[in-house]
Design a protein around this ligand. Structure first.
Ligand code: GUN
Length: 283
């Protein structure tokens, strides 16, 4: 079974648009981008476009490549104090000269729609999340939409970043999976991966996951965005080699990627509801 993240995201965005209309609210997202990295610029443009589609207002703050940490903190503080802004997203990576941890910690936790603030990661790990990072939360939505069972299943997450690997493990744990986090220093990685009923790869290496690493019938979630030898976009998983062994698998493109933006839109609506009616439910 192909897990069609593009189709799920389209469906969720349509439902969200209706929910926002019914609510009478006008949520607003602010993005902050520092420098002119073309990939970051493209992601931010896609986020603004999604906002427009569902009825969320958006403002974009653009700072020069040589902006100081203080300058970025000043922009974030202004957005924290602006009652018309519900969600704040600082596009990562920031230029090397900017202290990323300080900037992330400066975002007001109740506007932190990326879910990267230690306060939100702590809530997530303590089992009482407010905002969870969009990519892993989007993966949970795909699993839910396709009725993939999680409770009691063995989940293996490969990668331990704060935006994907760690929060992914916490979300799966909160959903009662038995979770293993693997990384570059893991011994017997292949054996660990072959144990997985749900295998999530967030490694960033083209065609890293081959069929020998996948249990027959496993659900395989590919978070990678890489280029193969021909320069073509591909995930961490050797899709053609793994697809017949997996029970369910996300393609790249069209799998996890579209869910990240759909989840960002949901988180922004939840932030607006949190502010206006102290509720964070979307549905
Ligand atoms: N850069 C790559 N992915 C993301 C994301 O999900 N959020 C932010 N803020 N920056 C990113």
């Amino acid at each position: 079974m192909i897990l069609d993240g593009k189709a799920v995201s389209e469906k969720r965005l349509e439902i969200l648009k209706e929910r926002i209309e019914e609510s009478g609210l006008y949520p607003r997202l602010a993005t902050v981008i520092v420098g002119e990295d073309p990939a970051s610029q493209m992601y931010v443009r896609m986020k603004h476009r999604a906002c427009e589609r569902v009825g969320i207002g958006s403002v974009g703050i653009e700072l020069p490549e040589d902006a100081t940490t203080e300058r970025v903190l000043e922009a974030v503080t202004r957005l924290n104090n602006d009652p018309d802004i519900n969600g704040i997203l600082v596009q990562l990576p920031l230029p090397a000269g900017v202290d990323t941890a300080r900037v992330i910690e400066a975002v007001a936790p109740d506007k932190d729609v990326d879910g990267f603030h230690p306060c939100n990661l702590g809530r997530l790990f303590s089992g009482t999340p407010l905002f969870a990072p969009c990519t892993p939360q989007g993966i949970m939505t795909i699993l839910d939409e396709y009725n993939i069972p999680i409770r009691g299943r063995r989940a293996v997450v490969v990668g331990r970043s704060i935006d994907v690997g760690r929060p992914m493990a916490a979300l799966l744990l909160n959903a009662d999976a038995t979770v293993t986090i693997c990384h570059s220093k893991t011994e017997n990685l292949e054996a660990e991966m072959r144990n997985a009923d749900i295998l999530v790869s967030a490694v960033g290496k083209a065609k890293f996951v081959g069929p020998e690493m996948v249990k027959e019938g496993a659900t395989v979630i590919d978070v990678g965005i890489n280029q193969d030898e021909q320069g073509k976009l591909c995930g961490d998983v050797d899709f053609e080699a793994v697809k017949d062994r997996a029970g369910a698998i996300t393609p790249v493109p069209g799998g996890v990627g579209p869910m990240t933006i759909a989840t960002l839109m949901e988180n922004t609506f939840r932030a607006a509801k949190l502010r206006t009616c102290n509720s964070t439910t979307v549905w």
